[in-house]
Design a protein around this ligand. Structure first.
Ligand code: CAP
Ligand code: MG
Length: 411
């Protein structure tokens, strides 16, 4: 019971999860308890659990690899309500991570049959929709350059909008609010949105370029809907949500309003689940679920920045999972590199994960010795150099803003 041979598992009718499990119990016992607790079993037998239920709904552990502490569990697709991510998470990422029979458990990856995947809407825009809005040709993509208004908090709406304008003036495509910026008395949401959207119009009139601004609507769900509709009515072109602190259901609710605004997903809180090497849920799992519910762009790790990342090959896997096409009928989610990045980071990032990415620099743009406009120029120059495959120090010889950025932050 609760165990199977690899060749008995049909990936078309099972969701398959990979777990890293450590403990002092026998590996087989931990595997069986995991499959039982996350499907139809519990800690002791109960009369009502008959053969029919077992044969149709019992999860089965397989591919037990004790040496590497790895196992897979096949979950019959019938265990899951179509289109219901919270229920999926309660089963596959739920009780089992707290069972005392294991010392630790980490959800390493999850693989979905197309039949389950295609019950979700996925991103309304995704990579290609955002590229199209910005006029980036599908057959010649370039990284999208973004910034976060810094300081993280404290600017008033006019100052916030001015900092955004300067970054766009320098040549970047996208500005976001910082993740803890919502509707505080020093910077109320509505005036911040209106002031900054005025600058969107200004820059588009001045340069003919399309630019994006994603106000952070993170709040209670009724308030998020109110703010999202305010952005839409004010002529906004994107939203931002701290998708993990508001939750998957709330994020999906906003996406399903179909307001015609791409959703940028910030992943604050993820480190509580992703960072520990033996306990929690890896970012690739969270990323797949957020792509399914339709986040258009999602932070996926700085690769070469200030925040903790798994080893590079593991971090790159997340980017590939977001960019993967086809993946059922779901559009690809734009992966976002951020955290301690600056112009010198750009060639390494596009070398690792290609051009279908968004690269965000907050301090690495607004901290430029000559200010935010120069910071934006330096970012753009670094991307131009990367695209032309010219080393940054060579390109910097006749690009002073880049020269100053790499003098200060290196590359
Ligand atoms: C980056 C950032 C982002 C982090 C989030 C910050 O600012 O705005 O929230 O990148 O981390 O507040 O630190 P800097 P991740 O560019 O000034 O570092 O992308 O790993 O989720
Ligand atoms: Mg931030």
């Amino acid at each position: 019971m609760y165990l199977a041979r690899d060749d008995e598992i049909d990936p078309k009718t099972n969701i398959i999860a990979e777990y890293k499990v450590k403990g002092t119990e026998t590996f087989e016992r931990m595997a069986k308890e995991t499959a039982a607790e996350s499907s139809v079993g519990t800690w002791t037998t109960v009369d009502y659990l008959d053969d029919d239920i077992m044969s149709s709904l019992a999860a089965r552990a397989f591919a037990l690899d004790e040496k590497n502490h790895m196992m897979k569990v096949a979950y019959p697709i019938k265990l899951f309500e179509k289109g219901n991510i919270p229920q999926f998470m309660s089963l596959v990422l739920g009780n089992i991570l707290g069972m005392s029979v294991v010392d630790s458990m980490r959800v390493v990856d999850v693989h979905f049959p197309e039949a389950y995947l295609n019950e979700f809407k996925g991103p309304a825009f995704g990579i290609h929709g955002i590229h199209k809005y910005l006029g980036i040709p599908k057959d010649d993509p370039r990284a999208i350059l973004g910034t976060i208004i810094k300081p993280k908090l404290g600017l008033n709406p006019q100052q916030h909008a001015e900092a955004a304008y300067r970054a766009w003036k320098g040549g970047i495509d996208y500005v976001k609010d910082d993740e803890p910026q919502t509707d505080q008395e020093f910077c109320r949401f509505e005036p911040r949105v209106l002031e900054t959207l005025n600058k969107v119009d200004k820059i588009e009139t001045e340069t003919g370029r399309k630019v994006l601004y994603s106000p952070n609507i993170t709040a209670t769900l009724p308030e998020m809907e109110k703010r999202a509709r305010f952005v839409q009515e004010s002529g906004g072109n994107m939203l931002m949500i701290d998708v993990l602190t508001v939750g998957f259901a709330a994020t999906e609710y906003i996406r399903d309003l179909d307001l015609g605004l791409p959703i940028h997903g910030h992943r604050a809180l993820h480190a509580a689940m992703t960072r520990h090497p033996d306990q929690g849920v890896m970012m690739i799992v969270l990323g797949k679920l957020l792509r399914m519910i339709g986040v258009d762009s999602l932070h996926t790790g700085g690769l070469h920045g200030k925040m903790h990342d798994d080893e590079l090959s593991t971090a790159i896997k997340i980017y590939k999972a977001m960019q993967k096409e086809p993946w059922g009928n779901l559009k690809p989610t734009l992966p976002v590199a951020s955290g301690g990045l600056h112009p010198g980071s750009i060639p390494k990032i596009v070398n690792d994960v290609g051009m279908s990415v968004l690269i965000n620099a907050g301090g690495g743009l607004h901290g430029h010795p000559d200010g935010s406009v120069a910071g934006g120029k330096a970012m753009k120059q670094a991307l131009d150099a990367a695209k032309a495959k010219i080393p940054l120090d060579v390109y910097a010889k006749d690009h002073p803003e880049l020269a100053k950025a790499i003098e200060l932050w290196g590359f």
